[in-house]
Design a protein around this ligand. Structure first.
Ligand code: NAD
Length: 259
């Protein structure tokens, strides 16, 4: 299901070979579907529910996915390093070193491995696009646990460093920072709100007054994967309904237009 009008969705990724991690659910699944609708060949990878079983934080698995693109499809134009885990909302004082290591391994080392192994192969076809899923949690506190937030801040930093280190290669590296999106990761939030009859409060802190749909992140990913974003590089694109555009405030009418 997509809430974006049908007429805007036509062949914008024709001929591109793109790897997507976390393709079995949520944002990765919606993006895989959209990329395929747009004419891309997608190598979807996940621990479960996708074409290829792969651990996004395992170097051998990433090397294998990139060689599938190269050997079986003739090259690689893009990599959407999207797989992620939240690790829950436990505080710094409740999390262990092992919790941190696993969250950083999947959420931050995963994108590092994607860039490390995909960029040289993307360069071989003349350039392309690597997109990493960060989060508004990487911008400031309040949208995830401490290790999750740190991992996503790391992804935002990583894409900037990587874009610089790929200077002259025509390989672009960008991040997407989603706000609250209804997926497997946030299912418990939505279920709890529905059970309490307060579903309309989900996303009520952003000016659009709603949570996001995976297709709305998929469309941002499509823009970054396509040649339409050919001059966008080293950027973290926030897709959060406007949530992070404001500091918290008490007066509900402050700064609001009364329409
Ligand atoms: P999701 O749980 O629906 O999908 C994540 C997918 O990643 C799952 O299919 C899972 O099996 C897979 N995965 C987890 N660990 C993996 C690993 N080691 N190797 C391969 N696959 C693995 O959640 P989602 O919301 O679609 O998450 C996608 C990305 O979006 C994540 O990076 C997440 O941090 C990010 N994000 C989500 C939200 C949100 O509100 N849902 C907000 C900001 C950022």
């Amino acid at each position: 299901m997509s809430i974006i009008p049908e007429e805007t969705r036509q062949g914008r990724l024709a001929g591109k070979i793109i790897i997507v991690t976390g393709a079995g659910s949520g944002i990765g699944k919606a993006t895989t579907e959209l990329f395929r609708e747009q004419g891309a060949t997608v190598i979807g990878a996940d621990l479960k529910g996708a074409d290829h079983v792969a651990d996004a934080g395992n170097e051998d698995d990433i090397v294998r996915l990139v060689s599938i693109a190269r050997e079986e499809h003739g090259g690689l134009h893009g990599f959407f390093a999207n797989a992620g885990i939240s690790g829950g909302l436990a505080s710094i004082f409740e999390q262990s070193v092992e919790d941190w290591q696993e969250i950083l391994r999947v959420n931050l080392i995963g994108p590092f491995l994607a860039i490390k192994h995909a960029a040289p192969v993307i360069k071989e076809v003349g350039g392309g696009s690597i997109i990493c899923t960060a989060s508004v949690a990487g911008l400031r506190s309040g949208a995830g646990g401490p290790a999750y937030s740190a991992s996503k801040a790391g992804v935002i930093s990583l894409v900037k460093t990587a874009a610089q280190q790929l200077s002259g290669s025509n390989v672009r590296v960008n991040a997407i920072c989603p706000g609250l999106i209804e997926t497997g990761m946030t299912e418990y939030v939505y279920e709890r709100a529905r059970a309490k009859g307060v579903e309309d409060r989900l996303g009520h802190l952003n000016p659009l007054k709603r949570g996001g749909h995976p297709s709305e992140i998929a469309h941002a990913a499509m823009f970054l994967a396509s040649d339409e974003s050919s001059y966008v590089n080293g950027h973290a694109l926030v897709v959060d309904g406007g949530l992070s555009s404001s500091h918290p405030f008490n007066n509900q009418s402050y700064g609001r237009t009364a329409i």
